[in-house]
Write a protein that binds this ligand. Structure first.
Ligand code: UT7
Length: 319
């Protein structure tokens, strides 16, 4: 018997908001094209901020909200910090180590990064659950943080209009005295043709994407992984309160939600405000839902990530 729960959330965005009109000053594009093809209106890009500073802010917010929401929570109960990122400030130390130090979590904490691109937040949640099951401490901090602007070629209109910077965090708890549904799947399929960013030492460090292939992949695996979650837990879409997909393109979510008749309104969308923030998008979306009071105790939420790797992962949580 145990319940893996999202206790509290946090988010951080850079100060600088960049509209579609601003992007049209850099590349040959238009507000109309970007909105129609993606649903995106604006995004944030770091100037003073970085992947680590955003992660510290989002994770710090989740911790403060943890005190408000859970009377039993105390900082020394955090045994694990996992940062999901492809855009860490450093090769080492990890973003997670920087977060743990900055939040003064002490040394009795396991801190490391996960790179599963846009599926990173889900991979990190599953890893946190598995590790907490084998730890004395009850709480973990999961933070998805990205400075995607570092990877963007601002002369390539195919990619630079699609992404944004940001960070979303969740304080999670494994409660051995309670019972509740939580199941997370994760998949991968090596593919460096559709979505690629070469690393250290490469001549060209920019993100490259075959948009249409990735679109088809996304629509297929989101449905597949949600169906797997529903089948394995014996739930139906009627039992679910919200479905939070990785926010890459509003059209992807529209395609998927049409396949869940009667459940279309449960699919959350906020890509218009932030663009694709990769591993941060699910955490940012969850934080919006928590802060607005839309997510209440006892609800069931499905989250789905998909992206480079290729990787994909979905899970259901009881709040
Ligand atoms: O988080 C990782 C996961 N990533 C994704 O989920 C992205 C999935 N893919 C997509 O979201 C879409 O494929 C895109 C938004 C990237 C592209 O939309 P599309 O409807 O597939 O457009 P397209 O690539 O077929 O391009 C159509 C046209 C092309 O012009 P021609 O060849 O028809 O003359 C492009 O050159 O649109 C042109 N185009 C643009 N035009 C104005 C491409 N980018 C732009 C742009 N502004 N920014």
């Amino acid at each position: 018997m145990s319940l893996f729960q999202i206790v509290a959330t946090g988010r951080a965005l850079p100060a600088s908001k960049v509209t579609n009109e601003d992007m049209a000053k850099l590349v040959e594009t238009s507000d109309e094209w970007i909105k129609t093809r993606t649903g995106i209106s604006e995004r944030y890009f770091c100037k003073e901020e970085s992947c680590c500073s955003l992660a510290i802010k989002a994770a710090g917010e989740a911790v403060v909200r943890g005190f408000e929401r859970d009377a039993f929570f105390c900082k020394s109960d955090i045994g694990l910090v996992i940062a999901a990122t492809s855009t860490s400030d450093y090769v080492f130390p990890s973003t997670a180590c920087v977060v743990a130090k900055s939040l003064e979590l002490g040394t009795d904490v396991m801190s490391f990064d996960i790179n599963a691109a846009c599926s990173g937040f889900m991979y990190a949640l599953r890893t946190a659950k598995a590790l907490l099951e084998n730890m004395d401490k009850k709480y973990a901090l999961v933070v998805g943080s990205e400075q995607m602007s570092k990877l963007l070629d601002f002369t390539d209109r195919n990619t630079c209009v699609l992404f944004g910077d940001g960070s979303g965090a969740a304080l999670v708890k494994l409660d051995r005295e309670k019972d509740g549904i939580c199941y997370i799947n994760s998949f991968s399929e090596g593919n460096n043709e559709d979505l690629l960013c070469e690393g250290i030492g490469a001549k060209d460090n920019y993100l490259k994407m075959k948009g249409q292939s990735v679109f088809k992949f996304a629509v297929r695996v989101i449905k597949q992984s949600i169906d797997d979650v529903l089948e394995k837990t014996g739930l139906s879409i009627n039992d679910i309160d919200y479905v939070v997909c990785h926010q890459a393109n509003a059209r992807i979510i529209d395609h998927v939600k049409k396949q869940y008749e009667g459940g279309e309104h449960k699919f959350f969308q906020n890509v218009e405000k932030y663009a694709n923030t990769s591993a941060a998008s699910i955490g940012i979306a969850l934080d919006e839902l928590f802060v607005s009071g839309s997510i209440r105790e006892g609800m069931k939420i499905i989250c789905v990530g998909f992206g480079a790797g290729l990787t994909w992962s979905a899970g259901v949580f009881t709040t």
